[in-house]
Design a protein around this ligand. Structure first.
Ligand code: HAM
Length: 416
């Protein structure tokens, strides 16, 4: 019986995997320059972590988590994002006792039971970064600049950076009540989700994608008018640094984000080439979350990028090269086969991708296989070659051929 993978959960296969690996290695390299170290947190966490971190009334927690009871009758969930687990670890492992700032990055699969569509999966991969301990605007700007540098380094320089400040515990209540006043009059005309959001988190109505809600909310009060002195100054400073580094960005007062932990700065990076799921990365400040998790008051900020969306953009831009062996060793006869195996292993030990013929087949069929693997060279060893110590090589791309002494094989293929 043939088995199928689950809906919304994709296999990532060669040659695409090369694009994934190159993004991951650029991230490692660039994050390293900014002092971010890798952290690996589990895929399964206690469900409370996400209820507490992301918020009980968010779409993620209400509808999208893979939650189940484990064999010990504990409610566990597969992580829908990385921030809450990293904060859990930061507090549990007393990482706040280390010198500030503590900067971490992670990469790995996240799980959300959403309706799969282009660019939206139930298992998807994020690379994320989180910085703890610094409240200053320069940290917000540094993180955004680091993200931009990474995206540019991998070849994505035409993305839009949107930014907003959603205030803090001091100024949000006034804004919230202004929104309630505004939405209240026509409340029954909003979508059922927004009617619920009206009770739980009216800010979320601002980024509802239902067209009717988009029209109804025109003229809604914007957060800018409600920011307290501290949030206003902080946001102005972030923008001033971005301007001085000539980082193009758009102010988007509706950028409220779908996770409840955010305070002050929020940002999102979008592409016009992705259709409806256009956010390739998103993040913001979460200055209260460490405290909410039982740690000391610790300002923090982070972001996560969606790998599938980034890989889609990169694949549209350049053709992916299929990796191919440097040399295929074709042999005739038992003795030559063993000698071929030995040469293949020697080449591999010296860093050359070599393939062997695995058993007896005609020379013609071995060369056909070399060709199908797109091998650059074939090396032929038969009785004559064994006797003379001179092996025949064929350049399969240029249709050239020649001889090389058995003792010189490694240097020959290393230099070719
Ligand atoms: P998020 O906006 O939920 O934020 O996700 C970040 C990115 O992950 C999105 O911009 C998108 O590229 C990708 N993504 C999200 N859901 C899916 C999906 N179902 N399929 C494919 N890609 C998806 C967070 O997760 C926060 N933890 C970011 C953060 C870190 N904020 C502070 N620190």
């Amino acid at each position: 019986m043939k088995h199928n993978g689950l809906k919304g959960m994709e296999d990532i296969l060669p040659p695409d995997i090369a694009v994934w690996q190159s993004v991951e290695s650029s991230a490692r390299e660039i994050f390293g320059r900014y002092g971010f170290q890798e952290i690996r947190v589990p895929i399964l966490e206690s469900t409370d972590i996400f209820i507490r971190g992301i918020g009980e009334a968010t779409d993620i927690v209400e509808k999208e988590m893979y939650t189940f009871m484990d064999k010990g009758n504990r409610s566990v969930s597969m992580r829908p994002e990385g921030t809450a687990p990293v904060v859990r670890s930061y507090v549990e492992k007393n990482l706040h006792t280390m010198p500030s700032p503590q900067k971490y990055f992670y990469s790995g699969p996240m799980f959300r039971y959403e309706r799969p569509q282009k660019g939206r999966f139930r298992q998807f991969y994020q690379i994320g970064a989180e910085a703890f301990g610094i409240a200053a605007a320069s940290m917000d700007a540094e993180l955004i600049i680091m993200l931009k540098n990474l995206l540019e380094a991998i070849g994505l320089s035409d993305l839009n950076f949107e930014i907003n400040s959603i205030g803090c515990a001091a100024c949000r209540p006034a804004y919230r009540s202004a929104l309630l006043d505004f939405f209240g009059d026509r409340r029954s005309e909003y979508c059922p989700d927004c009617q619920r959001r009206y009770e739980t988190n009216p800010l979320r109505i601002l980024d509802c994608k239902v067209p009717q809600c988009g029209q109804l909310r025109q003229g809604a009060p914007t957060v800018a008018g409600y920011l307290c002195e501290d949030c206003r100054t902080h946001f102005d400073e972030v923008l001033a640094i971005l301007n001085s580094f000539r980082i193009p960005h758009t102010l988007n007062p509706n950028l409220v984000r779908g996770l409840d932990y955010y305070t002050k700065t929020t940002f999102e990076v979008t592409s016009e080439h992705l259709g409806a799921q256009k956010a390739v990365a998103a993040g913001g400040r979460y200055d209260k979350l460490v405290e909410d998790f039982g740690g000391p008051a610790t300002p923090a900020i982070g972001f996560a990028m969606g790998m599938e969306r980034i890989v889609t953009l990169l694949k549209e831009r350049s053709e992916i090269k299929q990796r191919a062996p440097k040399v295929f060793v074709a042999t005739l006869g038992k003795e030559a086969e063993l000698e071929g195996f030995r040469i293949v292993e020697t080449l591999r030990a010296q860093g050359v991708w070599a393939e062997q013929s695995y058993g007896s087949a005609s020379l013609k069929s071995q060369l056909r296989r070399a060709d199908r693997l797109s091998s650059e060279f074939a090396l032929i060893i038969g009785e004559n070659e064994l006797r003379s110590g001179k092996l025949q090589w064929k350049d399969l791309k240029k249709s050239e051929q020649g001889e090389v002494a058995a003792a010189d094989v490694v240097s020959f293929f290393q230099s070719e």
